[in-house]
Design a protein around this ligand. Structure first.
Ligand code: NAD
Ligand code: ZN
Length: 355
């Protein structure tokens, strides 16, 4: 087990990572008054663990599982249940679940009485390596994802791989998408991924790499908590194109689209001499190891239009954070003509290879 400390000018947050972290750190929380937020799938698997660990009197608010639960209506329902449970200022909200639970419960904790204590217990790989760390909370609003939210650091995060045992393979691939992203940002994570490219899904590997990713994210967030100086923006590597494909095609998981986006953006980075061929090839191999063949999408031009709404962009330029060399990324700005044209070239190349 390893602890990572995330320090910002105002708070300190400790992230306990590793096998056994839940058994070691969760029981002590039962001494406080708690309010647990979870979702229907997680509750079905872990209800006895929740009752055993936190006491069967502890209020548990159960959201319907799934991405569509991050609504204002569910946020209000959580706040109302907190009032009914007579939650007070020194009490603690526990977000027990994936990124959906973490985002909405974190927002509720930040709003209720102007902020109550918050502990994140992430149960998906994506939530462990990414969403539970860094203090971004949100719900979707007026059809826009994550439009209403806050920065609110949890006091404690408990990242225990024990929860990954029940996680469906699609969600493991989703988390691996973000892990490969960290590999493109951090040289040590890259080397670890290359050395283990044949056993990326083994518990031992996931245990080790989760700690390394959390350490990377905590360092970035400590340097740029509110996404103001460019450091935190690097965590969007592969996301401009990945997110556009995700919005347009809506079939695979977020992390898989991040990998597909990274693959297409690598083509652009190589073409513009921002990234060398051998390094690009090594990242492509990692991507293939997680998701197999990358699809040659037929209508990348329509998908590319959705990248225009990405919050990193200024004016009509499309901004991409791409791999450059081991341990270094770069930002590229493209105009509205060349970006879709380059994506089309990449798709055409993928198609000709598939023949
Ligand atoms: N705050 C941030 O910095 C940040 C970063 C990245 C993503 N996010 C947000 O995170 C969300 C996605 O998170 P996610 O991928 O964890 O999705 P999720 O919370 O919907 O979980 C995915 C699925 O796995 C199920 N599940 C969770 N834990 C399980 C377990 N241990 N065993 C079996 N099933 C389990 C859930 O019920 C759900 O069906 C998005 O809303 C995204 O916007 C936030
Ligand atoms: Zn992501």
């Amino acid at each position: 087990m390893n602890d990572v400390i995330l320090r910002t000018p105002t708070v300190e947050s400790v992230i306990h990572c590793g096998d056994g972290a839940f058994a070691r750190y969760a029981p002590a929380l039962a001494a406080r008054r708690l309010f647990v937020v979870t979702d229907s799938n997680v509750f079905a698997y872990y209800r006895y663990l929740i009752w055993q660990t936190f006491g069967d009197e502890t209020p548990v608010h159960i959201l319907p599982a799934g991405e569509t639960s991050k609504t204002m209506r569910n946020l209000t329902a959580i706040l109302r249940a907190m009032v009914q449970a007579e939650i007070k200022r020194g009490d603690t909200v526990i977000a027990f679940g994936g990124g959906v639970v973490g985002d909405i419960a974190g927002l509720a904790a930040s709003l209720y009485m102007r902020g109550v204590r918050l502990v994140q217990i992430p149960t998906t790989l994506l939530a462990q390596v990414d969403s539970s760390v860094g203090g971004k909370t949100a719900v979707d609003f007026e059809g826009v994802k994550n439009l209403v939210g806050s920065f609110y650091q949890p006091e404690e995060v408990i990242c225990d791989p024990v929860f990954l045992k029940t996680l469906p393979d699609r969600e493991v691939r989703c988390g691996l998408g973000e892990i490969v992203k960290y590999g493109a940002l951090d040289g040590e994570i890259y080397s670890e991924l290359i050395a283990n490219s044949q056993n990326l899904k083994t518990p031992e590997f996931l245990d080790k790499i989760t700690y390394m990713c959390v350490r990377h994210k905590a360092e970035v967030v400590s340097a740029d908590e509110h996404d103001l100086n460019g450091r935190r923006k690097t965590l969007n590597l592969g996301h401009t194109t990945g997110h556009a494909f995700e919005l347009f095609y809506r079939k695979k998981s977020h992390g898989e689209y991040v990998l597909i986006g990274t693959y297409y953006e690598l083509y652009i980075a190589e073409k513009l001499n921002v990234c060398g061929h051998d390094y690009a090839e090594s990242i492509r191999k990692l991507i293939n190891a997680v998701i197999g063949k990358v699809p040659a999408f037929a209508d990348v031009r329509s998908a590319a239009r959705l990248a225009k709404f990405d919050k990193k962009n200024s004016g009509s330029q499309i901004s991409l954070v791409v791999p450059a060399e081991r341990g270094r990324c770069a930002e590229i700005s493209l105009d509205e003509e060349s970006y879709p044209a380059l994506l089309e070239e990449c798709a055409a190349r993928l198609k000709s290879r598939a023949k």
